[in-house]
Design a protein. Structure first.
Length: 307
């Protein structure tokens, strides 16, 4: 496999894995990126009811057009270091009719200014007045998404070319899809996650595997059809990981499909929300309890949706 990501300003990434699709691979990364989109007019909003456009003459209200085919939802918080590179790869892969919904969770750095600098009408920014956490930020972004298909994205990763086409193709068969990711760090080493397509129908095994940490479901490599929004939302207050909630939802409904392909290049750094590490007993017990509560809640929602 040879993946090359361009369109990141000065940032370039190349993943070389001759004769291999899994395991450890060689990766070279050079950082430094700024907005590159040539389109005019970033869309900005500081509340959920108003959409405004930031252009050379300031902000003015603009009407929404027909619903876009695809919505990409991003939650940001103090992500000035990597967010421009991520958004560049997303904008270069989606169509001119799609949208990017960014909910900034009260960043104290230049994250919002960097996103506004794209001046791209596909980019919609909603700014939380207070920090509510990444789960609530994603929940708001999902609620604001108007596309037929919804993709999730983290602020510090990169999208490989062709992700959008792969996801939309899979969503014609499944309501929720989860793909693999290739993780890379500052040293240039990389490793891949593994999801088997044949396990898509093994819902009970997937649900239990998620509780045991044996199913690698990451929101940055997931997407769903808009029909799932009514089932997913609202996300309960006790949920600590929106991607686990989405994975449980898809499996409990029997509508989740695995894609055996890299859907995201996941950057590993000191500030990742999710990092591989051994946990103490009490956090493990807490996670299992949240898993049980989530499964119960989603089963109830499924029953109620049928009545």
């Amino acid at each position: 496999m040879n993946i090359s990501v361009v369109g990141l300003g000065r940032a370039r990434l190349r993943l070389n894995a001759p004769g291999a699709t899994r395991g450890h691979q060689a990766l070279t990364v050079s950082s430094g990126s700024r907005p590159q989109s040539p389109l005019v007019g970033v869309v900005v909003a500081e509340d959920g009811d108003r959409v405004t456009q930031s252009g050379p003459h300031g902000r003015s209200s603009i009407p929404r057009s027909e619903p876009p085919p695809l919505s990409v939802c991003i939650a940001t918080y103090n992500g000035e270091r990597y967010v421009a590179g991520q958004i560049n790869t997303i904008l270069s892969d989606i169509s001119s009719d799609d949208e990017v919904i960014v909910v900034d969770d009260a960043s104290s750095d230049d994250t919002v200014a960097i996103i506004e600098a794209f001046r791209d009408p596909r980019v919609h920014i909603y700014i939380n007045s207070t920090n509510e956490g990444h789960v609530k930020a994603f929940e708001r972004a999902i609620a604001l998404a108007s596309g037929r298909y919804v993709c999730l994205a983290d602020q510090d990763d990169l999208w490989p070319p062709g992700r959008t086409a792969k996801v939309i193709s899979a969503l014609r068969k499944y309501d929720v899809v989860a793909g693999e990711f290739t993780a890379f760090n500052v040293n240039g080493t990389a490793s891949s996650s593994t999801l088997r397509a044949r396990d898509s129908s093994h819902t009970v095994r997937n649900i239990v595997g998620l509780a045991l940490g044996r199913r690698e479901y990451f929101g940055c490599a997931m997407a769903f059809r808009s029909e799932m929004q009514r089932y997913l939302l609202p996300i309960p207050w006790y949920v600590e990981a929106h991607d686990h909630w989405l994975a449980l939802s898809g499996n409990i409904c029997g509508v989740l499909g695995h894609i055996e392909d890299t859907l995201v290049l996941r950057r590993i750094h000191d500030n990742n929300l999710t990092r591989p590490q051994r946990r103490d007993l009490l956090p493990v017990i807490r996670t299992r309890l949240i898993w049980a509560l989530s499964v119960t809640q989603l089963l109830c929602r499924r029953v109620l949706s049928r009545t």
